[in-house]
Design a protein around this ligand. Structure first.
Ligand code: FMN
Length: 176
């Protein structure tokens, strides 16, 4: 299927938009949980639009929906964490697609235990590895803001040889 195949289609723009979306879904990506905080508010959010940008300094980029709780919190604190999920943690992905609600006294968010990075950002206690990130810039792309951030902390939670979860390990799509 190409753009040319759609030329005679009645709603060409819509059909071509749908085609582009399906092609973009084929970009490979991992699945992560972004932890954010500002003052006494905390959140965890499922994300796949995460990428490394540079090695020295170590930089990453995360694309976050404008209007989301995560966006508001990152804009406030200028820090966030990335919890890298293990291959066996597929069921967590659906848990963090809406705001988690308040942090409980026993340090859970959305019913899941969290630890705190040095920056104060919450991260999953049970996951493969965690990056602590300090925002350096924010690029506005209407639907999403792309936060570039320096890695200021990193740790494996247990087994360094864990297999990270990929979006293609699930039936889910995002973006496109
Ligand atoms: C598989 C999957 C991947 C997602 N990836 C992203 C992402 O990269 N960036 C993003 O802002 N939202 C992403 N979302 C949507 C968020 O998880 C969430 O629904 C939305 O951004 C609101 O989050 P909030 O809790 O911060 O308000 C994804 C959802 C799913 C199911």
């Amino acid at each position: 299927m190409t753009r040319k195949d759609l030329e005679s289609t009645k709603d060409f723009d819509e059909a071509y938009d749908r085609l582009s979306r399906r092609v973009l879904w084929k970009l490979t990506s991992g699945l992560y949980v972004i932890g954010s905080h500002f003052e006494s508010n905390y959140n965890l959010m499922t994300a796949n639009l995460v990428v490394q940008l540079a090695t020295s300094p170590k930089m990453v980029g995360v694309s976050v929906e404008v209007g989301s709780a995560t966006h508001r919190l990152i804009m406030g604190s200028l820090y966030f964490s990335i919890s890298i999920l293990r291959h066996d943690q597929r069921e967590l992905v659906r848990k963090f697609v809406k705001p988690t609600g308040e942090l409980t006294g026993d340090s859970t968010l959305g019913g899941v235990e969290v630890d705190f990075c040095e920056s104060g950002a919450p991260a999953l206690k049970d996951c493969g590895a965690v990056l602590d990130c300090q925002v350096k810039s924010c690029l506005d792309y209407q639907s999403h803001s792309f936060f570039t951030a320096q890695v200021v902390g990193s740790k494996f939670m247990d087994d360094e040889d864990f297999t990270p979860l990929k979006i293609s390990d699930t039936r889910m799509h995002y973006g496109g």
